[in-house]
Write a protein that binds this ligand. Structure first.
Ligand code: PLP
Length: 286
């Protein structure tokens, strides 16, 4: 089946989809994005992703390229055209095309790009059975990590470092020794006392849509929850550790910097939250 993309009003074959060289997304990383997962034909947390897109746009004073409902229509249409049952859509909005100048252009039409991708699976049996490993790296990013911008070079470098170390993700560490988040995921632990712990939203992290859903599901299930920063040492001594994102849901972390965490096995809270999340996406939650 041919692969389709959407660029500024047109559905195009994926390999011919392009933006102008003076698009500000290309020149300045002056744009924001979202990734929405599709599980068995259903969008996971579409409303949450649309809401965060609006927030990111607002923080950067980029206008919606069209009404949010119309953006949603395009997402659905692209999923349909690509025949996706399990996979993801990527959407990017930039400030648009303008002669290169650091200052915001007075008149530019925001660029909207949407691509879609199939997923053979969301996790391998080994990842679910044995968990994944992460490495720790210094957090070298800018100070507005709450905005989901396409300026992802620090995260790209971190992911490359993780891959070269044979790890799934890199957890970034603030100068004060606390874990901020993963390069493309939020970081969680269950403390030895059984408290589900993750960093509170601030300018230091991206407030993950999956993070918010998992917090809600945990509270509904009566799991003790604390939103606070935790250190790498705490993570190493935790009962469980995991990461969350649109594409990984809740993924058990069983090694940090080569050292086993939580006895090297995925923990029950992690796996229960992963299942609860998948059930909520499927609409089977009680
Ligand atoms: N933190 C960062 C830096 C991310 O890039 C992402 C996702 O790409 C997340 C957290 C998780 O966010 P979400 O659950 O909305 O996918």
């Amino acid at each position: 089946m041919a692969r389709w993309a959407y660029v500024n009003g047109r559905y195009l074959p994926h390999d011919r989809a392009a933006v102008h060289v003076e698009d500000r997304g290309f020149q300045f990383a002056d744009g924001v994005y979202e990734v929405v997962t599709i599980v068995e034909g259903r969008f996971a947390d579409l409303d949450g992703h649309m809401e965060r897109l609006g927030r990111s746009l607002g923080e950067l004073r980029i206008a919606w390229p069209m009404a949010p409902r119309s953006v949603e229509f395009i997402l659905r249409e692209l999923v349909r055209r690509n025949g996706i049952v399990n996979g993801s859509v990527y959407l990017q909005v930039t400030r648009g095309q303008a002669p290169r100048d650091f200052r915001f252009p007075e008149k530019a039409r925001p660029t909207l790009v949407v691509t879609a991708k199939r997923a053979a699976s969301f996790a391998t049996p080994a990842q679910l059975d044995q968990g994944v490993s992460v490495i720790s790296i210094p957090d070298i990013r800018w100070a507005r990590r709450d905005i989901k911008t396409v300026g992802l070079l620090a995260q790209s470098m971190g992911k490359q470092q993780a891959a070269e170390a044979g790890a799934f993700e890199a957890w970034m560490i603030d100068p004060d020794g606390t874990v901020t988040e993963g390069c493309s995921s939020n970081a969680w632990i269950v403390t030895p006392g059984g408290v589900l712990t993750t960093r509170p939203p601030s300018h230091s992290i991206l407030n993950g849509v999956t993070r918010l859903a998992l917090l809600r599901l945990a509270r509904e299930r009566g799991i003790p929850v604390e939103e606070r920063a935790f250190t790498l040492e705490e993570a190493l001594a935790a009962r469980e550790a995991f990461l969350s994102s649109a594409g990984t849901f809740a993924m058990p972390v069983t090694r940090i910097d080569g050292k086993p965490v939580a006895g090297g096995r995925p923990g029950p809270v992690t796996m229960a939250l992963r299942q609860a999340y998948l059930d909520s996406v499927a609409g089977t939650a009680q």
